[in-house]
Ligand binder design. Structure first.
Ligand code: CTP
Ligand code: MG
Length: 234
């Protein structure tokens, strides 16, 4: 396991939640009495490996984040930076704020919109990152997968045994993530592992819980409530 206080966490939270459709950023939506982003922060705050947490936020949202971060212990560990127009810009901005900190050996990136990640999955992905330098949580694709075009004749079936949905956190040795981002040059990516892969590093998949879902649409919130209740009753 990575040693105490050796991991910094980046939480990109600077989106607008356009598919969620609320007037506010979806990360302020309430789940079991707390905003989504606070669930994420608390899960990482509770880990001894985590030394600090940087949230990338938009200028517009910053004040609301500051107002909601009332717990003093949590306040001490978190910092805010200004996010960018793409998720990768937000992560890059957070990386820049960590740049001068040589105590950071590992960096975990976790979506502010994934409030349900469980402790045992954090342990597993932290451990694998320590062994390999780059590890992500992922969950196997369960449906039958077809390749083809909508309303066109002639699809084929893809072997799903090698297919996974990428989740977060994605955890990297700090130098691996920094050098991968330095070579990014704005190429569109949908997760951080893709950047690291493109820079020539191997990324390990860690089988995580499928219910570590990303809140995207309003109905995801009801699902999240149900999942949280089930975990609470275990
Ligand atoms: N994010 C970010 N900076 C951006 C875009 C997204 O920090 N420029 C963050 C979001 O706040 C979210 C995470 O990246 O926590 C995953 O992105 P997504 O689920 O796509 O959130 P949004 O971009 O806010 O939602 P949408 O795509 O529906 O607008
Ligand atoms: Mg988005």
């Amino acid at each position: 396991m990575p040693s105490a206080r050796s991991i910094a966490v980046i939480i990109p939270a600077a989106g607008s939640g356009s598919r969620f459709g609320d007037v506010r950023n979806k990360v302020f939506a309430m789940l079991a009495g707390k905003p989504l982003w606070m669930h994420c922060v608390e899960r990482f705050h509770a880990r001894v490996e985590v030394s600090r947490i940087v949230l990338a936020v938009s200028d517009e949202d910053r004040e609301t984040f500051e107002q909601q971060a009332t717990d003093l212990a949590i306040r001490e560990k978190i910092a805010f930076c200004r996010g960018g127009s793409e998720r990768s810009d937000s992560v890059a901005a957070a990386l820049a704020t960590l740049d001068s900190d040589n105590n950071v050996q590992w960096i975990a990136v976790h979506d502010a919109a994934r409030p349900l990640v469980q402790d045992e999955d954090l342990s597993a992905v932290f451990e694998m990152a320590k062994l390999t330098g780059a590890a992500i949580l992922a969950t196997p694709i369960t449906g039958t997968v077809k390749r083809g075009m909508a309303d066109a004749v002639g699809c084929t079936t893809v072997d799903r045994r090698e297919l996974w949905t990428a989740l977060t956190p994605q955890v990297f040795r700090a130098d691996v993530l920094r050098s991968s981002y330095a070579r990014h040059h704005g190429f569109p990516v949908t997760d951080d592992a893709q950047l690291v892969e493109r820079a020539g590093h191997s990324v390990a998949l860690v089988h995580g819980a499928a219910d570590n879902l990303k809140i995207t649409f309003p109905e995801d919130l009801q699902l999240a409530e149900a999942i949280l209740k089930r975990y609470g009753n275990r």
